[in-house]
Each structure stands twice: as structure tokens, then as C-alpha cells.
Design a protein around this ligand. Structure first.
Ligand code: CTP
Length: 428
């Protein structure tokens, strides 16, 4: 029987720390084992005794325990874990992680590990929305840390907004999902599978079935949010569905897929590595950090402009005239990839056009130096809109001409596009 999965649970100092006790119960109930690291601040909210009783394991609180360093050093603590979960992850803990600071047991374990880390933030709404916290979270996501979105609602401090710890059941579902992904990646390779059940069958070309096997496909999806002040932002109607469908289809076709997603509420497709971002600049950083890639499909509806200097406090209504909004241009992620020294071999942009679709798409292809433009025909009435809807009507414009596809579900557009990508790579 397979060894039970083991979780290292780091408990930070916040009122939500008491919910870690319920999480330990759920982890144990699912058949996994758990060992706790409690920060000094966390110990103000829950006692080591409670955690030890629930986890049936010793609780670790300090880096300076000789006994621990001989029997269970901080490196060993992280090495024996299949997943490290930080719950609650306070603003302070996230900031230290983003800055690479290791000044206690928890942060030392986190800096010394190469195990997957899941951070579950909980903090006051203003701390969550502070530019410093948002910057740290973007950095952590770029570094490969999974950061859950906090829930929105009434908070212990009497305010309302995002910052509440998600329900322990939701955290447990995320833990299971992450461990399942690992398990899929750990499937034994074919040499360990014993006799090939297809031996003696007629041969088939493997590239017919997994045409993108061995390729890295980078996809951007969704809108970006550009903050104006801590509660307002510039956004657009993109739902992310087309980009998520392309990421899913590329993974089905055997590719390793990195999906850089703007703020959307869509589940991560199976087999896809997702990096969540908020702003165009974060998206740009994540895209460049994901290189090299054989193919990049830039589906995101990136905001062209952002507020020049977002206000640190909520802008108040003062007098009759609204406050002027100074805008500044965002980096063009697609054009930046085209100039990059690690330019993907096949670079595909998207465009939204209402008229002269081929002509405008061709001009965009030249301007952004990409290889194909998938042009969405968004000329329909708003109620029948492609943006946010389930169907899409596209033209594929390449340097050799253009193809018009009939209106299709976005999932079908994705499958056909991935098949075209497969053909292109096979002929390259
Ligand atoms: N894009 C990008 N970074 C930006 C803006 C756009 O990577 N800052 C990418 C999009 O992901 C998409 C393509 O560029 O692949 C869209 O180009 P854009 O010039 O924004 O086209 P439209 O949205 O159609 O806008 P317009 O025609 O008004 O220029």
C-alpha cells in the first residue's frame, strides 16, 4: 500500500490560527499525517498542546532546539513533507517569504525547502489590499508558491472585505488537489509498467495522439486588474474561458503547459501549471519567468493602461468634480516576447476586431512581430458577446493568408487551434 501523504503545517500568528485545529482534524480524517510548526506569534492564539494532541505529533516552535537539530533538523522537517501548508499565512510571513528572510523556524524551513508550498492568507482587509502585500503575493506566485485567495466577508476586526481565511473544507480540497497533481506527475514511466499491453498491436504514430508531447506551451488568459486605489481598479469583460480552454487542450495533447491567469474564477485545467496574477506588469514578469517555451499563445485581454500612481488610501468624493485619473501605458507582453532572446518558436497573439478583420489582424501581426493572430470577430450585439460568452468566431491570420472558422464553442476553437499548432510544429 502507498505511504500516506504527509503535510507540514506552519501556523502563523492571527486570529484565524484557531481554524488550523479544524484543518488538522480534516487532514487526519483523510488518512494523511501532519506535523506542525508554530510561530511565536501563532502561539499567542493556539497552544502547542492543542496542536500536538490533534496531530499526534510533536509541535516545533524554535530553531534553537538542540534536540530537534540532532533528531529532526529544519531541513528534515521540510524534506519528509509532501506538501507544506501555511495556515494562516499572515502579511508578515508572506513579506518575509517574498524577501527571502529566514529569522525563525518557520521562515527558515520555507527558505530551505524545494517542496511545494501552499499559503492560505488571512489578515485584515486593508493589510490584504495594501500595495506591499499585493506585490509580495505576486512575487511569491512568480516564485511558484501557491497562494489561495482569501474569502470575503465580515472580519474579526469589524471590517468587511477580502481577507478571511477560507473554510477548512476549501483548504482541504486545495491540499488534495495539489497532491493529486503531484501524483499524476509521479506516475511511473513506461519502463516500470511491466509488459506493454499494446505489444503485438499494429503500430500507430504517437504524434497522432499526443502531438505536443515534449513541448512547453505558455498561455496567458483573462483580464488584468489595474488598481486605482485600494478598492477600485480598471478591468475589462474578459472571462478567461478561451485561454483556459486552450491551456486544457494543449495539456490533453501532451504538452507541459504554463497558464498565466489574470483574476478569473475558473478551475485550473487538469495537468496545467497555473500562475495567478492581477496586473499587466505581474503578467509580464510571470510570462518572462516561464521562458523558454516552444509555443506562446497570448489570449489575455491585457489592460493597455494603468493608473499612473494608484492612491494608497481610498479616493473620497470631494466637491463636484471627480478626481482626474492619470494613465500610463502598460508593457506590451506579446511584443516583448517577440523581441526576447528566448522568443518562442511559435508566437500567437489574439485580437478583438469589429470590422476589416483580416486587414486589421494582418497589421497587428506585423506590428507585434508574431507568427499568427487569432482574430475574434466581436461585431455581434453586446448580449451575444464573444467576450465572456461560451462561443467564439475567429479568423486565423498567418503570414501565408487567413482562414475563417465558423462560430464554435470556445472548447472546440481551442482543440482546433491546438491541432493546427501540432501540425505547424511537426512541419517545422
Ligand atoms: N497584449 C499584450 N500586452 C498588452 C496588450 C496586448 O500581450 N499590453 C496581447 C494580447 O494578449 C493579445 C494581443 O496583444 O494577444 C492584442 O493586441 P492589442 O493591440 O491589445 O489588440 P486589441 O485588444 O485588439 O486592441 P486594439 O485593436 O485596440 O489595439
Amino acid at each position: 500500500m502507498a505511504k500516506p501523504k504527509h503535510i507540514l503545517l506552519i501556523i502563523g500568528g492571527g486570529i484565524a490560527a484557531y481554524k488550523a485545529a479544524e484543518l488538522i482534524r480534516l487532514i487526519r480524517k483523510s488518512g494523511m499525517t501532519v506535523r506542525c510548526v508554530l510561530t511565536e506569534a501563532g502561539a499567542q492564539f493556539v497552544t502547542p498542546m492543542t496542536l500536538a494532541a490533534l496531530s499526534e505529533n510533536e509541535v516545533h516552535t524554535t530553531l534553537w532546539s538542540l534536540k530537534d537539530e540532532t533528531e529532526m533538523g529544519h531541513i528534515q522537517l521540510s524534506r519528509e513533507a509532501d506538501l507544506i501548508v501555511i495556515c494562516p499565512a499572515t502579511a508578515n510571513l508572506l513579506a518575509k517569504m517574498a524577501g527571502g528572510i529566514a529569522d525563525d523556524l518557520a521562515t527558515t524551513v520555507l527558505l530551505a525547502t524545494d517542496t511545494q508550498v501552499l499559503a492560505v492568507p488571512a489578515m485584515n482587509v486593508r493589510m490584504w489590499q495594501h500595495a506591499a502585500t499585493q506585490r509580495n503575493i505576486a512575487q511569491l506566485r512568480t516564485d511558484g508558491i501557491i497562494v489561495m485567495h482569501p474569502d470575503e466577508g465580515d472580519m474579526a476586526c469589524g471590517e468587511y472585505g477580502p481577507g478571511r481565511l477560507p473554510d477548512p473544507e476549501a483548504i482541504m480540497a486545495e491540499i488534495t488537489h495539489r497532491l493529486d497533481e503531484d501524483r499524476a506527475a509521479e506516475l511511473p514511466d513506461k519502463n516500470e509498467l511491466g509488459p506493454n499491453p499494446l505489444d503485438g498491436q499494429p503500430a500507430f504514430a504517437p504524434d497522432q495522439h499526443r502531438p505536443l508531447h515534449g513541448k512547453h506551451v505558455l498561455v496567458t488568459a483573462g483580464p488584468t486588474h489595474e488598481p486605482i486605489d485600494p478598492v477600485r481598479y480598471i478591468a475589462n469583460r474578459s472571462s478567461g474561458r478561451q485561454g483556459f480552454a486552450i491551456a486544457a487542450a494543449a495539456a490533453e495533447a501532451g504538452a507541459r503547459v504554463t497558464l498565466v491567469a489574470g483574476p478569473v474564477h475558473l478551475p485550473t485545467p487538469a495537468g496545467v501549471m497555473r500562475i495567478d496574477v492581477e496586473t499587466a506588469r505581474e503578467m509580464n514578469q510571470a510570462v518572462q519567468g516561464a521562458l523558454p517555451a516552444h509555443v506562446a499563445v497570448m489570449v489575455a485581454a491585457v489592460a493597455d493602461w494603468r493608473a499612473d500612481s494608484p492612491a494608497e488610501q481610498k479616493i473620497k468624493k470631494e466637491g463636484a468634480a471627480p478626481a482626474p485619473l492619470q494613465l500610463t501605458e502598460n508593457p506590451d507582453i506579446l511584443a516583448g516576447l517577440a523581441r526576447h532572446e528566448q522568443r518562442p518558436g511559435l508566437l500567437i497573439g489574439f485580437a478583438a476586431e469589429t470590422e476589416k478583420i483580416d486587414q486589421h489582424a494582418k497589421a497587428k501581426l506585423e506590428k507585434k512581430s508574431c507568427d499568427w493572430i487569432v482574430a475574434n470577430d466581436v461585431s455581434g450585439p453586446v448580449g451575444d458577446s464573444v467576450m465572456g460568452g461560451a462561443d467564439n468566431s475567429v479568423h486565423i491570420v498567418t503570414r501565408n493568408g487567413s482562414e475563417i472558422w465558423e462560430r464554435l464553442p470556445k472548447t472546440e476553437v481551442a482543440r482546433r487551434l491546438v491541432a493546427r499548432i501540432g501540425e505547424e510544429l511537426a512541419n517545422a
